[in-house]
Design a protein. Structure first.
Length: 229
């Protein structure tokens, strides 16, 4: 029983929150129970500083969410792939946003080859693969802070491409289901989401997407266009 009392403050917070919601909108929870019909799937980082619904100012029920360390989309990750499949095939969402963030601890660990001494080291191998793929571009950055931010952006690009190549998404496009995959990054320091020139609505859009997006990211970083660092 002691464990329950340890977290009583969170239960009390919940009670106050629920009461406040009902006071402001008496029908809120009745509507919430009635249906879940989101148009968006957010695949983001598990970082506690990036609350998905709040960042895009959507209410519960309007955003389907999957989060993990460093917003990785791995084809062998049954959890992530089942979320994508349920969102696309059952909920019929129209947009998938892969959302990274500047200052991501997982990306930093991958960039600096820092060990976190556990299964997370294996998980972050996916981000290290991204760094290896783009190492020449990363090496052009003048300091570690810029390299870190760049890898956060490149990781979003590569994970968005992984979404595009998932069988669920490919099948949806093949049957003509409207579905667009986006690559976004969030700035902890200013609260703004930035689009990384990744918006794929079908196989025809894939083409030279990686090269085009990398050029756009590189140009934005050279000119400091819409970038926090």
């Amino acid at each position: 029983m002691a464990g329950n009392y340890d977290l009583q403050h969170l239960i009390d917070n919940n009670a106050r929150w629920a009461a406040r919601v009902v006071k402001n909108d008496p029908g809120f929870f009745r509507r919430l129970v009635a249906q879940q019909a989101p148009e968006y799937l957010w695949i983001g980082c598990a970082d506690s500083r990036v609350p998905a619904n709040e960042v895009v100012d959507l209410a519960p029920g309007e955003l389907f969410v999957h989060r993990n360390v460093a917003n990785v989309v791995n084809h062998s990750d049954v959890n992530c792939q089942s979320v994508i499949q349920f969102a696309v095939d059952v909920l019929k969402i129209k947009h998938i946003m892969v959302v990274g963030h500047y200052g991501c601890s997982g990306v930093r660990a991958a960039l600096t080859c820092q060990r976190v001494n556990g299964v997370a080291d294996h998980w972050l191998g996916h981000v290290r693969d991204v760094a290896c793929r783009h190492q020449p571009l990363i090496d052009l950055e003048p300091d570690e802070a810029h390299r870190f931010s760049l890898l956060c952006e490149l990781n979003v690009l590569e994970q968005a491409l992984n979404v595009c190549s998932s069988l669920t998404v490919q099948d949806a496009w093949a049957r003509g289901q409207p579905l667009t995959v986006h690559g976004w990054i969030y700035g902890l320091g200013d609260g703004l989401v930035r689009h990384l020139d990744v918006a794929v609505s079908g196989p025809a859009d894939l083409g030279q997407l990686r090269e085009r997006a990398v050029r756009g990211i590189s140009e934005a970083r050279r000119t400091h266009t819409n970038r926090p660092d």
